[in-house]
Design a binder for this molecule. Sequence first.
Ligand code: UD1
Ligand code: BG6
Length: 373
Amino acid sequence: NKGNFEHYMQKEIHEQPESLTTTMRGRLLRGGSCKAKTVLLGGLKDHLKTIRRSRRIVFIGCGTSYNAALAARPILEELSGIPVTMEIASDLLDRQGPIYREDTAVFVSQSGETADTLSALEYASENGALCVGITNTVGSAIARNTHCGVHINAGAEIGVASTKAYTSQIVVMAMLALAIGGDTISNQARREAIIDGLFDLPNKVREVLKLDQVMKDLAKQLIAEQSLLVFGRGYNYASALEGALKVKEVALMHSEGILAGEMKHGPLALVDENLPTFVIATRDACFSKQQSVIQQLHARKGRLIVMCSKGDAASVCPAEWESCRVIEVPQLEDCLQPVVNIVPLQLLAYHLTVLRGFNVDQPRNLAKSVTTQ
Ligand code: UD1
Ligand code: BG6
C-alpha cells in the first residue's frame, strides 16, 4: 500500500523517521533506576563476550547492505578496538579469502536471501567463525543460518532500491558498536552522546526530508547529464558510494562514489566545467580536508554541488562562486551523520528517475532479491 505516495521508493524514503523509531524501539535505555544510557540487543546479549574476544570483525554483504556496513565501520573500530574488515560477498568467495575461528563474521542483508551473501555465510560457518546476521526479514535464510543476530525491524521494503533498510541497518550497526564497546569510563561521554543522537535521529531525518523540493529542483538541472561524481570520506565515504548507487540503479545515469582522499590519484582528470560533482562536506574530523577538496575542484572549474552542515554554506562555497550549489543538512554526532546525509541523495535519485521517465520501483534488469549467483 503506497498510501498518499506515487511510488514505493518515495513512500519508503519519507517513512524513515518512523522506520528508524521502530528499529530502535525497546533497544535504547535512558535514565530510569540505573541512570546509565545503554543499548540492549536481545539477539546478541548471550554472544557479546565471544564477539569481544574475537581477533577481527568482518562485515560481509552486497550492494546497499555492504555500503551500510561501510558507514558503520569507523564507529565499530573506535568503540570496540577490534580490527574491522569489509568483504563484498562475491569477492570473498572468488578469492576464498581467509576466515578463521577467531573471527566474528557479520552478514548484512535486507532480504536475508541474497545468494552471494548466503554462500559466504556457509563458507564462513564451515571455517568456524561466529556468524552474526543483520537482516530485515524474520525467518529468512540468513536469519535462520546465522548463530545469532539482530532484526532491523524497518518494515517491508518494496522498492528495489533500498532506502529505509539502509538507514535502519546503519542504526543497528551503531547500536552493535555500542553493545560491543561496553561501558568504560574513557568512552562514556562519547557513548552517551551517540545514544542521545540516536534518540534525536528521527527528528533530524524529518528535518532533512524538508529538502524534497530543493532536491527536485536540483534533479531538474541534472536531468540530461551523462554522469555524476559523488565525493565523500571518513564516515561519509559510504554516503558517496550509496548516493551514487541510488542514482545509477534507478535513474539509469552513470554515477560514481569516490573516496575524496583518492581524488588526486585519478578522478581529478575527469573534472571540468560540465561534469557535475557532488561533495559531501558536513562537519566532522575530515571537514577541513573536504574544504580543501572543494577548493581544488573549484580551481579546476568543477561544477560543484556541496552538502554541508547548517550554517556552513558561506565557508564551503564563497558567495562569488556563482555556479556552486549548496545543500545544508542538520548536524548530529559524526557517526550518525551518514543516516541524515543519504536522504537528500535518495530524494535526488528518486526525482531524477521520475523526471527521466523511468520505472522507480522496478529498475530495468534489477531484482529486489538476487537469489542466484
Ligand atoms: C525479540 C522478538 C521481538 C520481541 C522482543 C522482546 C522476534 C523475531 N523478535 O526481539 O518480537 O518484541 O524479542 O524482547 O521474535 N537472529 C539471528 N540472525 C539474524 C537475526 C536475528 O540469529 O540475522 C536471532 C537473534 O539472535 C535472536 C532472534 O533471532 O535470537 C530474534 O532477534 P531480534 O528480533 O533482533 O531480537 P529482539 O530484538 O530481542
Ligand atoms: C540487490 C538489490 O542487488 O541486492 C539491492 O537490488 C540490494 O538493492 C542488494 O542492496 C543486496 O540485497 P540484500 O537483500 O542482501 O540487502
